[in-house]
Design a binder for this molecule. Structure first.
Ligand code: PEP
Ligand code: MN
Length: 333
């Protein structure tokens, strides 16, 4: 971090600031020129509030030259992280497709979809039991019963399961869940992230509707700082001025995140576009740009789905997407 002092900064103030930073365990490289004085802060600056420093007397500006996230930072962990999702490895060249309905609706539905997506090449099963809905009158999910049905589907197919948590108090219900999803709306629910940092299960962390990649990485850092380094990042579209799609898929996040972090990055083309017809081209594009996996909504009867039917693929459509995605992967590897 670099602190630029005002031109009129007095020696006494420089000494005071030096003592202040030294007390925080930082070393100072002082560069005093004719027109400006620059203090280079050396050490762990992750705990420093740059906005606060900027308000100090005689400080002109503060620039961060190192990212505020440490555990998620590729600089400190050059190798790709590979996350073990109930025996299925994701990341570092291990590409996985997570598929299943938006919500678990019944035993027949989840078992039928689980068998179909497995047959088509999915390696993990998704399904919401706790649903974050915009309307309080919309279907909210089957809660604990939904998780029980997912476990039945796991028993029937062997597929590890991925499902969303909305409240840390529900954690005991997630004991047998293989991957816990944090949805876009909870990306910055810091108390929830802290609790998930204490468990050792993989966490699928979705990017918030209006969050930057740095904010996504800071949320991953919350989980990792608590001791749980099993984090998978997921881009699911962000809010822009565009209305032709439900959200705008920021595919450039894949190479950007791969440069910044060692954590795997997967793409959710279903929530990103909101339109089933767009899921295939975006899945192929995600595979082409190096994503570590996909999470795709599949329903055995999309027209009658209780949630997100418009973006859900039929099992037949999913089988086509999964096969084409593997063809793209073979081309780029
Ligand atoms: C979901 O995966 O069903 C979901 C609600 O996703 P998101 O948090 O990305 O909207
Ligand atoms: Mn959904």
């Amino acid at each position: 971090m670099i602190v630029i002092l005002k031109q009129e900064a007095r020696q006494e103030q420089i000494e005071k600031l030096t003592a202040f930073f030294n007390k925080m365990g930082l070393k100072i490289h002082l560069s005093q020129g004719k027109h400006s004085t620059i203090m280079g802060l050396v050490g762990d600056t992750t705990r420093i509030d740059e906005d606060m420093i900027a308000t100090l007397d005689d400080v002109e500006a503060v620039r961060r030259i190192q990212e505020p996230y440490k555990k998620a930072n590729r600089k400190f962990h050059p190798a790709d992280s590979v996350i073990d999702c109930g025996g299925v490895k994701l990341g570092g060249g291990m590409f996985q497709i997570i598929a299943g309905p938006c919500s678990v609706e019944s035993e027949e539905q989840i078992i039928a979809v689980a068998k179909a997506v497995k047959e088509a090449g999915a390696t993990l099963l998704r399904g919401g039991a706790f649903k974050p809905r915009t309307s309080p009158y919309a279907f909210q999910g089957l809660h604990g019963e939904g998780i029980r049905l997912l476990l039945e589907a796991k028993k029937a197919t062997g597929l590890p399961i991925v499902t969303e948590i909305m409240d840390a108090n529900h954690l005991p219900l997630f004991e047998d869940v293989d991957v816990i999803q944090v949805g876009a709306r909870n990306m910055q629910n810091f108390e929830l992230l802290k609790e998930l940092g204490k468990c050792n299960k993989p966490i699928l962390l979705k990017r918030g509707l209006a969050n930057t990649l740095q904010e996504l990485l800071m949320s991953a850092e919350y989980i990792m700082a608590g001791g749980n380094e099993n984090v998978i990042l997921c881009e699911r579209g962000i809010r822009t001025f565009e209305t032709a799609t439900r959200n705008t898929l920021d595919l450039s996040c894949v190479p950007v995140l791969h440069q910044l972090t060692h954590l795997p990055v997967i793409i959710d083309p279903s929530h990103a576009t909101g339109v089933s017809r767009l899921v295939k081209p975006m899945s192929l594009a995600a595979a082409a740009c190096g994503a570590d996996g996909l999470i795709i909504e599949v329903h055995n009867d999309p027209k009658h789905a209780l949630c997100d039917g418009a973006q859900s693929l039929t099992p037949e459509e999913f089988a086509d997407v999964a096969a084409r995605v593997q063809a793209v992967r073979a081309c780029i590897s």
